[in-house]
Design a protein around this ligand. Structure first.
Ligand code: PLP
Length: 388
C-alpha cells in the first residue's frame, strides 16, 4: 500500500541496510581503540567522513557526525550562545521546531523572524540593507527545503551573500539531502541533517561546522569528533548514512530533473479534478519533486489523515511533529489565511503526501482517490476556490 510520508521518515534503503548489517557484524569495535580491529573501524569512519565531504564539496574536517538534525540545530544554537554574545539571529518562520525551539529557547529575544512571500519562499532580500551596517545579524538560518510544503529556499544565494557580508549562515538540509544533489552545501557555514529522511537509519545525522572551529559547546565528554562532539561514534549508522545518500544521489542522476516531479504533478491534476476546491500549497514556488501539500477547505486534517490510514495510505498533516497536536502548519501560518484566500479555520485542513524514489504513479493515484473519497465522507460539498 502507498507509503507517502517520506518527509517524516523513509524506509531503510536496501544498500544502506546491507552496509549497516555488514558493519555491525565486522566493524563494531570502538573506533577509539588501539588494536587493529578498532583501527579498521576508525579508518572506515574517516573514509565515511571523506566521502560525505566529497558529496557536499567541503573539507572533511568540517564534518561532525551527530544523532540527527535536532542535535545539530541545538549545537548551532548553543555555540552561538557561547561565542556570539551580540547580534540578531535571523531565522525563517518555516523552520522545523528543532531550529525554531532551540534558537528561541537558547537565544531568546535575539531571534527575529524573516518574512515569507505568498508562495512560502523566504523573503531574505529584506535583510540586505542591514548586512553592511551596525545592525548586521550574527547568523541567518533558512532551511534548504520545507518539510511541510517542499518549497525550495534560495540557500545558495543566501550563503553567498552572507559570506560576502561576513555573516554566518546555517541551513537545515534534512529534506534536501537525498532528494536533490548535495553538491554545494559545503558553501554554507553550518549545515545540519538526518540520515533517515533519505533511507539511512534513524538516530544518525551529520553537521558541517565552519572551518577551524575547535570547541562546539554541544556535548561535553570524550575526545571523539576532534573533541567537538563527545560520545562513541555509531560507525555502522554512519556508514549506512553515507550509503543512503550515495544511493539517492545515484537515483537522482538516472532521472531527468524535469521528469522527477511528473508523478507528483499528475497526482495534483487528478486531485484537482476530484476536489475542485482543494488548494495547492506553494504551487507558485519551486518545490521538492516528492512533496504535495494541499489544503481542503473546511476539513480537519487529522480526520482525513486517519481516513487515509484506514484506506492503507500513509500521509501526514504537515509535519510529523505536528501530526498529533492539531496545530496549524508553519507554512500556512507564515503565509497567512488571507494571502491563501482561505479562512483561518481552513488552515486546519492541510494534508501532505511525500514520495520516495520508488513511489509509482499507481501509488499516487491510490492516495489521491483515497483522499477524494475521504473528503466525500467527511465534508460538505467543497467550495470552489480561485487558488489552484
Ligand atoms: N529538520 C527538518 C526539516 C525535518 O523535517 C526534521 C524531521 O522531521 C528534522 C529537522 C528533525 O530531524 P530528526 O528528528 O531526525 O532530528
Amino acid at each position: 500500500m502507498p507509503y507517502l510520508d517520506h518527509n517524516a521518515t523513509a524506509p531503510f534503503h536496501p544498500a544502506a541496510r546491507s552496509v549497516w548489517l555488514e558493519t555491525v557484524e565486522q566493524a563494531w569495535h570502538n573506533p577509539g581503540g588501539l588494536y587493529p580491529a578498532a583501527t579498521a573501524a576508525r579508518e572506515l569512519l574517516e573514509a565515511c567522513r571523506e566521502r560525505l565531504a566529497d558529496l557536499l564539496d567541503c573539507d572533511p574536517a568540517r564534518v561532525i557526525f551527530t544523532s540527527g538534525a535536532t542535535e545539530g540545530a541545538n549545537a548551532v544554537a548553543r555555540h552561538l550562545r557561547a561565542t556570539a554574545e551580540h547580534g540578531t539571529i535571523l531565522i525563517s518562520p518555516l523552520e522545523h521546531p528543532c531550529v525554531d525551539e532551540a534558537f528561541h529557547g537558547l537565544l531568546g529575544p535575539r531571534v527575529e523572524l524573516l518574512p515569507v512571500t505568498a508562495a512560502g519562499v523566504v523573503a531574505w532580500e529584506t535583510v540586505l540593507p542591514r548586512l553592511h551596517t551596525g545592525r548586521r545579524p550574527a547568523l541567518i538560518s533558512v532551511m534548504a527545503a520545507s518539510n511541510e510544503s517542499g518549497v525550495l529556499q534560495p540557500w545558495r544565494t543566501i550563503a553567498e551573500t552572507s559570506r560576502s557580508a561576513g555573516v554566518a549562515f546555517h541551513t537545515d538540509a534534512s529534506q534536501w539531502i537525498g532528494r536533490l544533489p548535495a553538491a554545494g552545501l559545503g558553501e554554507c557555514d553550518w549545515v545540519t541533517a538526518s540520515a533517515h529522511k533519505c533511507g539511512g537509519p534513524r538516530g544518525v545525522g551529520f553537521m558541517l561546522v565552519p572551518a577551524g572551529i575547535k570547541a562546539l559547546h554541544a556535548a561535553w565528554g570524550g575526545p571523539q569528533e576532534r573533541g567537538r562532539r563527545a560520545g562513541t561514534e555509531d560507525v555502522a549508522g554512519i556508514a549506512a548514512l553515507v550509503a543512503a545518500i550515495e544511493s539517492a544521489e545515484a537515483s537522482l542522476s538516472t532521472v531527468v530533473a524535469e521528469d522527477r516531479a511528473g508523478p507528483r504533478d499528475r497526482a495534483w491534476n487528478r486531485l484537482r479534478d476530484g476536489l475542485p476546491g482543494a488548494v495547492l500549497v506553494s504551487g507558485a514556488a519551486e518545490r521538492l519533486w516528492n512533496t504535495l501539500a494541499v489544503v481542503v477547505p473546511g476539513a480537519d486534517s487529522r480526520r482525513l489523515v486517519a481516513a487515509l490510514g484506514r484506506a492503507g495510505v500513509a500521509a501526514s498533516t504537515g509535519s510529523a511533529c505536528a501530526s498529533g497536536a492539531g496545530s496549524t502548519p508553519r507554512i500556512l501560518a507564515a503565509i497567512g489565511a488571507e494571502r491563501l484566500g482561505l479562512s483561518p479555520r481552513d488552515l486546519r485542513g492541510m494534508v501532505r503526501f511525500s514520495s520516495g524514489h520508488a513511489t509509482t504513479d499507481a501509488d499516487w493515484e491510490t492516495a489521491v482517490d483515497a483522499l477524494v473519497s475521504a473528503c466525500g465522507d467527511e465534508l460538505p460539498p467543497p467550495r470552489v476556490s480561485l487558488h489552484g
